[in-house]
Design a protein. Sequence first.
Length: 945
Amino acid sequence: MTELAPEQSRRAGRGTPVAVVGMAGRFPGADDVGQFWQNLLDGHESVREFTADEMRAAGVPEAGISDPNRVPAGADMAGADLFDEQFFGITGRDAALMDPQHRILLTCAWEALEDAGTRPDWSDGRIGVFAATSLSTYLLSQVLRSADHADEAMNYPVLIGNDKDFLATRVAYKLGLTGPGISVATACSSSLTAVHLACTALERGDCDAALVGGVSITVPQTSGYLYQEGGILSQDGHCRVFDAASGGTVKGNGCGVVVLKPLDRALAEGDRVYAVIRGSAVNNDGSDKIGFTAPGPAGQQAVIEAALRDSGVPADSIGYVEAHGTGTALGDPLELRALAAAHRAAGGPAPDCAVGSLKANIGHLDAAAGVAGLIKTALVLHHQTVPPQINFTAPNPHIGLDALPYQVRTTAEGPPQLPLRAAAVSSFGLGGTNAHCVLEAAPRPQDAGSGPTGVRYPVVLSGKDDRGLRAVARRLRDHLAAARHRPTVRDLAYTLLAGRQPMPVRHAFAAADIDEVLAELDALLDEREDTRAAADSGVTGQAVRSWLAGRDLPAGEWAEAWDFRSARKVALPAYPFQRNRHWIEAAPPTGGAVTADESVDAGSGTGVTREQFTALLGKHLGVTGIAEDDDYYDLGGDSMLAVEIATSLRDAFGVPIDLDVFAQLSTVGELADYVVSVGAAPDGARDRIGRVVPIRQGEGRTLFLVHPAGGTNFVYFRMAVHSRSAEPLAAVSYPGEEDGRPGTLRELAALYVEQIRREQPHGPYRLGGYSFGGNVLFEMALQLRAAGEEVDTLLMLDSHPPEAYVGGHIGDDEFERAVPLLLTSAAADEEQMELLRREGFVAAWRHNHDLLKGHYPDRRFDGDIVLVVAEEDEDGALLDTMRIRRLDKASLWGGHVEGRVEVLKTPGDHFSMFEDGGRLEALAATFDRALARIAEAAGGDGDLG
């Protein structure tokens, strides 16, 4: 019946290829998958602007509507309040108490099974349910705020109707499904994680088919949102994935469900196969990232590599990737770099591989985002067409798209080299759970013909009631009449028998072709009797009479009579559910409720006192009795809470704070000092005067060398003794404690830029640095270029790339364990160790590393790097204790520059390369070679060549 392509007959990866055989959904601007796909092809943006009346109806107060920080935008889904409770045997009261997310998923689950041509009472196997939903905002904003149900949070109908735990099991119960029923919760990646779990269950034999879905409906849908600086949501109400103007995403609402079966079984049963899942993987970032809510590029790369291994699909056959793509300035570059690293390690992707993200079209569907991306990806393979990426004008410069093996297509088109063999989809959850799936195009179907000529087939219909039956007939008639490619009557009859659940009110007739089917449907709708089927004395007439008498017609028992063994299931309309409104209205506000910030006395808008800040901090943290020396993070603070606190400070007191600075401070006292100082002088800042210390005089441009971690410049003075080059050298000094130490690496770089511009007002500037100094000079170069100054090729001495430091700040115990390891690596004895502590080196070293842990470059440098790399590996124990990852320095720094990275090797390791006994002399010689290469590039066309 169906022939496997050569690449699909191998089993090098997943033991059980999984077919996507059915799908259904509700999306912004689309009531079904067909309209959803057409919207994507048309480049339609379903994110829209809400009117003041819509926001007012959603319960937004007038002050909220006029708030300049409110963004009146979102991607709402029609019909969230509508549900056919009678069809599913649910009372009207319980339907109203049910979260619309549960209702919509249940409805879409039925429709997906119909699209798959698989009856819920499928006798040949067990169907599992793997589903995900977002937080029940309906419970919080409607049910518990209503006059009748305000105190019923633990009432069973309320609890079961709204809690995530009962999402999958309710579907299993209502549809009579006996496979695993599992609700999955990994935030944004929930539904793609559910796909992975379903594939695993199919491979293990826990079920024979699986319903997999996700749903996210935020109630109310049309309230818009308050923009928070540093948050994930867009300031202008549009999601511009991969674009230079990217500024975040927009909340979307919707649901998606797919039906999965083992490929061999799907082919044997004549299922329509949209695509084949060849491999999948799930992992977590752990602590290897800046913060709990931050993306983890290492985890993303690892999960993609694992899915590729699981699939056995060559990376060079992947021609499309549906990215997580939230349209954030930092997240998109990190994702595409991780994707490229994984693909390149496996020899791919395909030439002209396209990347896209439907969040630009429908917003972020949270728990449903992954399955929505899977549906789009399966349709890309099914139709061999990549929809246009909307809201894309010019690439985000931080991505460096021209250096990556991907395209962003802005017109709907097929791949340059058809057929498109494979595609992939990513979904990365807030909190670090990453999921990735690799898909292949469906196997080529063999032409099974139209079946024997002259055979009359039973065409069976049913509905829950007379209205339902007539609506089924009307939908089928309209579908067949409008079809560009009509199905054969054999395939139609087989699909209705095998893929539609028998219901109480029935109709049936015999037909030999589609024209006869249309005539019979017209007769039913016109309430005209037709006796041809009843008069049929053969097996078909017998089947029709059995159906009308209420008996089932198992397709397997009739396979030989109508040659159903070679029949294929075809696309037919879904059941016409009634659209009854079920909604609990929240009681109108009485005016006595305390708003979020009323428990904190608001200021005059010109500043904040320590007492006010401490009270506000305690409210957000949910603790009382906060002391000045309490640690913000020990109290439960994190970066996301910092965004909320920053917003409250701005709104209540008019105090604008820098999140980068706030995130680096530790104790409540430090935070209070900072916030109060900003409030007292929001436009002022201390002038921290630093020094640039000459190392040697010479001819030509001065090379400004930035100190390594710890703040000392001794290494540069020692190296200069052995250097034979003539260029002048100067060391940039670390500010003393009395000058105040910057709270972020960007601030430190800005201070150093100020220092060197006092010595040299204009470029071209020449910058170098060892270890930490290389990271700082890179940020300095970006700031100088942003100011319009020229910067020569950068010189780095064994500097780790930013990706090596992505992770949480180390604690006191870890730091104390690292100190002796560091000093041992640096060959310091106990007396020197104590001296270094007393002189502040250890404190400065920790401060510098804390800056690195919280920093990532926000754009690429439009030049080159000469990178001096130690030939020996650095001490692994020290790196592990400091949570510094072992990464390839050259390749990762290469992702941060427009030009190239030239590597020069030097003997020793990260520390011993500065030791006497030949290594320091060798380092000085390598240093001189690097200076010569930089001078040569500056004197020529500026390219290392």
